[in-house]
Design a binder for this molecule. Structure first.
Ligand code: ATP
Ligand code: MG
Length: 137
């Protein structure tokens, strides 16, 4: 069964939306198999989003992700990576389909409530970035 790394971003934890977002995952058939709340340092957020470091929004993205606590989680299910991205909706909430997390909860293209891995290789790396083998059962 496939696994993917999900982050509930600071705009959502601040508004106490963790439970509502988790309900969307569970309703879609994704199982939350690991979960913890962290306050990332700017160095940690910068490292996590290193792939975007040449993009114009990188500095803003790193500051945002380190601004308040996040909830990091591992979601499991058939086709979990694609299914999670479907439930999240488009990066920009203005383009997100009805019923998706970003349509319902995101504030802007930057403060868009959730992150999800985009491919099997990045899912593996991102899960290992946040979770040890002991935390994954
Ligand atoms: P994520 O990787 O967070 O799941 P994504 O894959 O839909 O989102 P990416 O293109 O990987 O989108 O961008 C990573 C994150 O950077 C976005 O989720 C968003 O928070 C931020 N971002 C993307 N584009 C912009 C933009 N034009 N302005 C500000 N922030 C942006
Ligand atoms: Mg991405």
């Amino acid at each position: 069964v496939e696994r993917t790394l999900s982050i509930i971003k600071p705009d959502a934890t601040r508004r106490n939306l963790t439970g509502k977002i988790n309900a969307k995952f569970e309703e879609a058939g994704l199982r939350i198999v690991a979960q913890k709340r962290l306050h990332l340092s700017t160095a940690q957020a910068g490292k996590f989003y290193e792939v975007h470091k040449e993009r114009p929004f990188y500095g803003e993205l790193v500051e945002f992700m380190a601004s308040e606590p996040v909830v990091v989680q591992v979601l499991e299910g058939e086709g979990a990576i694609a299914k999670n991205r479907e439930v999240m909706g488009a990066t920009n909430p203005a383009n997100a389909d009805a019923g998706t997390i970003r349509k319902e909860f995101a504030l802007s293209v930057g403060e868009n409530s959730v992150h999800g891995s985009d491919a099997p290789e990045t899912a593996k790396e991102e899960i290992a970035f946040f979770f040890s083998g002991l935390e994954l059962v």
